[in-house]
Design a protein around this ligand. Structure first.
Ligand code: DAK
Length: 255
């Protein structure tokens, strides 16, 4: 199986891509499996946070060039598995990308669908589509510029050059850089930490950050204010605040 789902203790799901002979190139079967898995864990109340990883050598080198080389526009319209991008975009729970090695093209776009990116020191990010005569197709021209700003994004997109993990971190594309051997453990630890917090608050924060970014500041602030008020209808708000006042650890129920 080239994509695996593992349910970890503490309400964490680990999804791994494993097609090392093709540098985890995202063929139709992998995209289809990602769509299935993320739809499944989105609906599974026992999952509160997910980690998406490749192998310890590569995250993903992008879409499968062999499968696209002779394609016509209509083939691109009907490409199997492309619903994965929609499922990932709409995945409502916190998602952490654990990046070792290359995250290129669709692989970089895949990482940018996450909410937090943990990268190994040897990770390399890039949008090299231009070098094979195409452009990014899963949000690279839009999410990258929102993450790092116009001038860094343009350089990456127009040259196709790779960026080191440290440079990616400095420009805001990576949340945290750790030694290569510690990437997955760090991502899982962060996921465990987030999964232990109230899931309704976590989902709402994700929703506001993503939706709010496309709105005027006033509209986004209104959205936040209303969502803030709704938190007072959750059991976890009562538990969190009472536990604080009673000087005891909270026991969040997810309601
Ligand atoms: N596709 C297919 N095979 C790939 C591949 C890829 N993206 N990347 C690597 N491979 C294969 C190589 O062909 C080689 O296969 P064999 O020759 O052994 O059969 C094997 O993996 C090992 O590759 P290398 O020998 O090149 O390995 P190195 O370690 O030397 O180099 C590398 C690793 C990742 C730097 C290099 O392989 C590389 O530059 N790969 C291509 C990276 C790239 O150009 N990525 C962008 C692809 S275009 C869409 C949404 C998104 C997209 C498209 C549509 N829609 C929603 C419609 C995305 C497009 C892209 O990502």
């Amino acid at each position: 199986m080239e994509v695996t789902l593992e349910c970890r203790p503490g309400n964490v799901a680990l999804v791994r891509i494993d097609r090392p002979e093709a540098r985890n190139a995202l063929n139709g079967a992998i995209r289809e499996r990602l769509a299935e898995i993320f739809a499944e864990i989105a609906a599974d109340d026992s999952v509160r946070c997910a980690v998406l990883a490749g192998t310890d050598k590569v995250f993903a080198a992008g879409a499968d060039i062999k499968a696209m080389a002779e394609a016509e526009p209509i083939d691109m319209m009907n490409r199997p598995g492309d619903r994965a991008w929609k499922v990932l975009k709409e995945f409502p729970k916190p998602l952490i990308a654990a990046v070792n090695g290359y995250a290129l093209g669709g692989g970089c776009e895949l990482a940018m669908h996450a909410d937090i990116i943990v990268a190994g020191e040897g990770a390399r990010f890039g949008q090299p589509e231009i070098k094979v005569g195409i452009i990014p197709g899963a949000g690279g021209t839009q999410r990258l510029v929102r993450a790092v700003g116009k001038f860094k994004a343009m350089k990456i997109l127009l040259t196709g050059d790779f960026v080191s993990a440290r440079d990616a971190e400095a420009m805001g594309l990576v949340s945290e850089v750790v030694p290569d051997g510690e990437v997955l453990d760090r991502a899982l630890a962060l996921a465990g930490q987030i999964a232990a917090l109230p899931p309704i608050a976590a989902r709402t924060i994700k929703e506001l950050v993503l939706q709010g970014g496309d709105l005027s500041l006033d509209s986004a602030l209104l959205l936040e204010r209303n969502a803030f008020r709704l938190m007072f209808g959750t059991a976890d708000q009562k538990e969190g605040m009472r536990a604080f006042l009673e000087k005891r650890p909270p026991a969040f129920s997810g309601r």
